[in-house]
Design a protein. Structure first.
Ligand code: ASN
Length: 561
């Protein structure tokens, strides 16, 4: 199990200050917030006040601080009262606020409009929070998770969706544990994926499905082990499974999914080719998910009538994806009945869930410049970990994995600091574990070190390997802060291109430093509106804060030179 975390002072840093993580809870509705009414359970407003503020595990009783939340399309910022958890097992406190959607829904009524609203809320508030928890009904939760996993592009922070089978205000409920577990994940662990947390398990969102209507264990991800499991001791993350963005690109969203032109059809014994044809001839249909038997088999019909219907539709430009009705396993061309489908042009959806296949199809069809060929190609390629392309054996050391891992981290640290690009590449190539978010004794990850490395190529390479730009060291500093503090233009630019931004906790120090070096800190994202011309001139004539600083002591944090 990896040592990777946003910060883990529990691992021997008693002198480290207690950092606060900031989490935005987005309330969309669902049983978790419901109350009884004459017409049955309905969603109710005031979740933070009614359900959380009175519970000691969700409120440490400290003074409520206002947190800025961007509330609408006009980017209007409103201060929301926040609550803070007591210190967690990982030595952090989580400050959070609940942002409620105007209309709270039973999730059976949510559609692409609702998914877009969630995506936009995350996008608008991305730089203000360390992670996001989305509260949602369980009925269509797996669809929303899958859709969001595609809509949120180059996601660098945790987005955890959860809900409950029983409302928070009911005496014996699962809402408390599901929400607390989600908050802990979003506030501590750099899992930059859309996840679903339920019944002490963290699943990859686009691998999950609802498997029980009333059991507390309502979700599973049958073709992918949980990304994390919470026990009585701690939440253990399976870091080797975690997906990370590997493009030098900023976080972005794609909101206009093409849901009105896709459909899903379940094959059953005796299904008539005419039935399938009728669906495929629906006006404007662009894509169909076909739920087939076993390893992807369907009847080919008398005189191959079914295969012809499918092949004709594909010729008309419709994309057809084959997924299995089974809970586990993959579509693979083993049987003649399955092979005839692939010969007709039907795409093997491998081990994708129906939820993932349908939302991925809607996402790909809506991408700018999408063609039948591009959608077909991407459908059977993993773009967010939603399918297993091929199984690769993972080489593991049976024991003493942790000391070795730390040794490698140290060697890597030296190579980064010396600007030895070839050595860095060699270490990453031969290291069996993914160590780029592991932290050294002062909480610095390889990305922190690379942020001030003499070799920009090293930073570029490590970002391309999926290292996170959002992890903060024990002084609360991001790699971007260290690069700006070291005055490294190129490094700052590259980090910004990769979605890095200063954390709100480090802005006061950054603003002070920016008074002396507005140019460099401006690129890092600090704009000083009331800066006098003299101060701006000072930037050109004086060489840095240390010589000029009179009276100010700014905590620079980190291990920047
Ligand atoms: N009908 C509810 C919903 O999906 C079910 C739940 O949340 N447990 O909104």
């Amino acid at each position: 199990m990896g040592a990777e975390a946003i910060l883990d002072p529990a691992q021997g840093h008693p002198e480290a200050p207690i950092l606060e993580s900031r989490v935005l809870i987005i309330m969309t509705g669902g049983t978790i917030c419901m109350r009884d009414s004459p017409s049955g359970f309905i969603p109710a407003r005031g979740f933070q006040e009614q359900c959380l503020s009175r519970v000691p595990t969700f409120n440490d009783g400290s003074d409520s601080k206002g947190l800025d939340v961007v509330v609408n399309q006009a980017n209007e910022v409103k201060e929301h009262p926040s609550l803070r958890t007591p210190t967690t097992a990982y030595g952090r406190q989580i400050r959070y606020t609940v942002f409620e959607f105007e209309e709270l829904l039973d999730s059976s009524s949510i559609d692409a409009k609702g998914w877009a609203e969630i995506a936009r809320t995350i996008f608008r508030n991305y730089t203000l929070f360390d992670g996001f928890v989305v509260l949602h009904g369980t009925d269509s939760l797996a669809y929303t998770c899958s859709a969001l996993s595609f809509m949120l592009q180059n996601l660098g922070k945790p987005v955890v969706l959860t809900g409950s089978q029983s409302p928070m205000l009911v005496l014996q409920n699962d809402a408390t544990d599901n929400l607390l577990g989600s908050l802990v994940v979003a506030g501590h662990f750099m899992v930059p994926e859309v996840c679903l947390y339920f019944n002490n398990r963290l699943f990859r969102g686009n691998r999950s499905c609802k498997v029980a209507a009333s059991d507390f264990a309502a979700f599973d991800s049958p073709n992918c082990p949980p990304l994390a499991v919470t026990t009585s001791m701690r939440t253990n993350v399976n870091w080797d499974l975690v997906n990370r963005p590997r493009n030098i690109e900023n976080f972005s969203i794609q909101t206009n999914l093409d849901t009105s032109h896709v459909a899903c059809l379940r094959i059953f014994p005796g299904i008539k080719p005419q039935m399938v044809d009728a669906v495929l001839k629906l006006e404007g249909l662009h894509g169909l998910v076909l739920e087939t038997f076993g390893a992807g088999n369907a009847p080919h019909g008398e005189d191959n009538a079914m295969t012809k219907v499918l092949a004709d539709a594909i010729k008309r430009g419709i994309v057809i994806v084959n997924v299995t009705q089974c809970l586990t396993g993959s579509v693979s061309p083993v049987y003649a009945t399955g092979m005839s489908l692939s010969r007709a042009g039907v795409i093997a959806g491998l081990d994708m869930t129906t939820e993932a296949a349908l939302t991925k199809l809607a996402y790909l069809l809506a991408l700018p410049g999408a063609t039948q060929e591009s959608v077909t190609r991407n459908m059977s390629t993993s773009i967010r970990g939603e399918l297993t392309e091929s199984s690769q054996p993972v080489f593991r050391h049976p024991d003493s994995a942790l000391p070795e891992r730390i040794q490698t981290l140290t060697v890597l640290g030296y190579a980064i600091a010396q600007g030895d690009f070839a050595r860095v590449q060699e270490i990453i190539k031969t290291e069996p574990h993914w160590i780029l978010n592991d932290a050294d004794y002062s909480g610095n990850t390889p990305i922190h070190l690379a942020a001030t490395s003499p070799s920009i190529a090293i930073l570029h390479f490590l970002l391309g390997q999926g290292g996170s730009v959002h992890i903060r060291n024990h002084n609360g500093r991001t790699p971007l802060f260290l690069a700006a503090n070291a005055g490294l233009f190129e490094h700052i630019l590259l980090l910004r291109q990769s979605g890095a931004h200063l954390h709100s906790d480090e802005r006061p120090a950054a603003e002070l430093l920016a008074q002396r070096k507005p140019g460099i800190w401006g690129i890092a994202g600090i704009t000083l509106k009331q800066m006098s011309e003299r101060e701006l001139e000072g930037e050109h004539t004086e060489n840095g804060f240390e010589r000029r600083g009179k009276g100010h002591r700014v905590d620079l944090g980190g291990s920047a030179p």
